[in-house]
Design a protein around this ligand. Structure first.
Ligand SMILES: NC(=O)c1ccc[n+]([C@@H]2O[C@H](COP(=O)([O-])OP(=O)(O)OC[C@H]3O[C@@H](n4cnc5c(N)ncnc54)[C@H](OP(=O)(O)O)[C@@H]3O)[C@@H](O)[C@H]2O)c1
Length: 197
């Protein structure tokens, strides 16, 4: 596989796989994904391969369309449209602390919420009894070699492809601006620093 195809597997891919494992979701479970960037895409694919139903909440129409096209059972903006059911587990991707309590409130008791961001705005849980009691919160912290090994094997097994927009190093600024505005043609942007030897 070319280096530019492998690069997205190494960060969003392995991170998504590790986040999925933290949820403990099993066949027949309902898994919520808040945000639908590259990491969530890989979670969706892995979850589907394990027989887990996926419910996606994201704001942009483009994200909603992409999640539906990839096979999400339900995709909409949960801030505007109620999810059709409670979830067994969920992963929150945006670094938005204000989304934590609504995400917890959508979980069944006994459910797990995984927080994926490396930083986040302040998290306030106002209603402990209704929204937190009986649920677990975990954070995605360390990615290890075993996660990488297992994920790479899954990539082969599922023939997991991913679209990449490739930029030269000199185009880095333009690529960042496109990514910030959600205007990359493909779901992942890769900066090619040098040609492989
Ligand atoms: N811990 C680790 O090792 C690790 C590794 C990789 C990634 N991560 C984390 O995983 C997260 C996802 O990264 P990514 O690069 O795959 O995705 P991303 O491109 O950052 O996308 C995040 C998604 O969240 C949605 N979003 C953003 N702000 C929102 C808000 N205020 N409310 C609702 N939705 C919002 C965006 O879509 P809409 O605009 O459509 O809502 C987008 O689909 C990041 O927080 C990153 O830090 C962690």
């Amino acid at each position: 596989m070319e280096a530019e195809k492998i690069a997205p597997l190494m960060c969003p891919g392995i991170a998504g796989y590790a986040a999925f494992k933290l949820t403990g979701a099993r066949k027949g479970d309902r898994l919520g994904l808040y945000g639908f960037g590259p990491t969530a895409y890989f979670v969706l694919k892995v979850a589907q391969s394990k027989g887990v139903e996926v419910y996606v909440s994201t704001r942009s129409e483009r994200g909603i369309r992409a999640a539906r096209a990839e096979g999400a059972r339900w995709a909409a903006n949960a801030a505007k449209e109620e999810m059709p059911c409670r979830l067994d587990a969920a992963i929150l991707f945006p670094p938005a602390g204000n989304l934590v309590e609504p995400a917890l409130s959508q979980l069944e008791r006994g459910g797990t919420l995984v927080l994926a961001p490396v930083s986040a705005s302040p998290i306030v849980i106002g209603n402990y009894s209704e929204n937190l009691w009986g649920r677990d919160i975990k954070t995605l912290y360390n990615l290890n070699r075993a996660d990488a090994q297992e994920f790479v094997e899954l990539v082969d097994e599922l023939d997991l492809g991913v679209g990449t927009s490739v930029f030269r190093f000199a185009e880095l600024q333009d690529a960042l601006i496109l990514a910030k505005h959600g205007e990359l043609e493909q779901s992942n942007g890769v900066i090619k620093v040098a040609d492989a030897l």
